[in-house]
Design a protein around this ligand. Structure first.
Ligand code: PLP
Length: 400
């Protein structure tokens, strides 16, 4: 693309994957590079900059460039999964470093932080990241090296003010990293709000078709040469959480429709949230796009063009309910949906429904009556009708 991507709409950047053309063949979609190794020059140098594909691979170039452009960052790195990307952020720190992370966050990363990372010497403190006072009180100037934010955060969709948290973290000498998987760069650009690193489970909206596990980090302008980011690069190259070539190629293809998918999912999620808010069989709808939601004001300030495709509903117990009525009712609703697929994950074209406490187990912040909904790009009327019939059917189930 001859134009500066920062002057273009994200739709144009995504749809053309930055407009790259293969110079040798004039192909408008990228070739698939599968080589694991690269030739040395006759004088024993490696001027191509590539040696071995564990560290880097031309198959990554296009997806990384598109992601860096969409996030207005300096450089992006693809990883073998969202977890590989997220853990690289922490593995680049040193034993004894203090980090802050939210109590409400993607459960598998919270689990890794509290067990593995802690055993390796990181001092991890979980706090209420939505409260600026709690962040301020927990920061230890000079000792806190990183603050991790997820916004909106699984599975309650709690919203954290990125700009305010960046300011507080930086004042204490800490970096700010944001898991922006749910918002996507179409809705929020954390680096422009002051974050140093943004992370994506590219498995979700970025790829968007539930057929690739991938992760990505993007670093802010002026920070790619930092010691910290060089350590992140080494974590990928040396620990080997490197994405496969075919997955990188599929990810580039998925990114071309990111803007259409995210807008469709967000618009439908807003309609679904409004429809079930106050519904007689629903105790609560959790969605940043609802004016009554706790984080709505912050969400309005830092999210644009919608509030994302993720929401949760809490199901009321039915007339035949036992002591675990809400939980049984929620599980029965998930069992009765036909269009909403009963599976974990999010951000694909198909809508998914999940009883979150069953996945997260002990210590989950998810109430037992909570269903997590990943809105896909089907017709919203079909999605609402399917949930309606499932709520009615669950209502008649014994114990629910
Ligand atoms: C918000 C968030 N972050 C990180 C991850 C981890 O990504 P992956 O499953 O690709 O490792 C997930 C996965 O569900 C997620 O939802």
């Amino acid at each position: 693309m001859s134009q500066d991507p920062s002057q273009l709409h994200p739709d144009t950047v995504a749809a053309q994957a930055l407009g790259w053309v293969d110079e040798r063949t004039r192909a408008v979609t990228p070739p698939l590079h599968v080589s694991t190794t690269y030739l040395r020059d006759p004088d024993n140098q490696y001027r191509s900059g590539r040696v071995y594909a564990r560290a880097d691979n031309p198959a990554f170039d296009q997806a990384e460039a598109v992601l860096a452009a969409l996030e207005a960052g300096e450089q992006a790195l693809l990883f073998a999964s969202g977890m590989a990307a997220a853990t690289a952020v922490f593995q680049a720190l040193k034993p004894g470093d203090h980090v802050l992370a939210p109590k409400v966050m993607y459960w598998s990363l919270r689990n890794w932080l509290m067990n593995f990372a802690t055993e390796w010497g990181l001092q991890v403190e979980l706090i209420d990241m939505t409260s600026p006072a709690a962040v301020q009180a927990a920061l230890r100037p000079g000792r806190t090296k990183l603050v991790w934010v997820e916004t909106p955060a699984n599975p309650l969709w709690s919203v954290t003010d990125i700009a305010a948290t960046a300011q507080a973290a930086h004042a204490a000498g800490a970096l700010l990293a944001v898991d922006s998987t749910v918002a996507t760069p179409l809705i929020t650009q954390p680096l422009l709000l002051g974050a140093d690193v943004v992370m994506h489970a590219a498995t979700k909206y970025l790829n968007g078709h539930s057929d690739v596990i991938a992760g990505a980090l993007v670093v802010r302008q002026g920070f790619a040469a930092s010691d910290y980011w060089q350590r992140v690069r080494k974590v990928r190259a040396q620990l080997g959480g490197t994405l496969g070539s075919f997955e990188a190629w599929l990810l580039t293809r998925g990114l071309r429709t990111l803007h259409l998918r995210v807008r469709a999912a967000s618009a439908s999620a807003q309609r679904i949230a409004e429809h079930f808010n106050g519904h007689p069989r629903v105790a609560e709808v959790l969605y940043p796009g609802l004016p009554g939601f706790a984080g709505h004001a912050v969400a309005r300030a830092q999210m644009r063009g919608g509030f994302g495709g993720m929401l949760s509903i809490r199901v009321k117990p039915g007339p035949n309910a036992g002591p675990q009525g809400g939980e049984a009712a929620a599980i029965a609703v998930a069992a009765h949906t036909q269009i909403w697929k009963r599976a974990t994950s999010l951000g694909g074209t198909e809508s998914l429904i999940e009883h979150r406490a069953s996945v997260e187990g002990a210590g989950t912040p998810a109430p037992p009556d909570l269903l997590r909904l990943s809105t896909g790009i089907e017709h919203v009327d079909d999605l609402i009708a399917d949930l309606e019939q499932a709520l009615q059917a669950a209502h008649r189930s014994p114990g629910a």
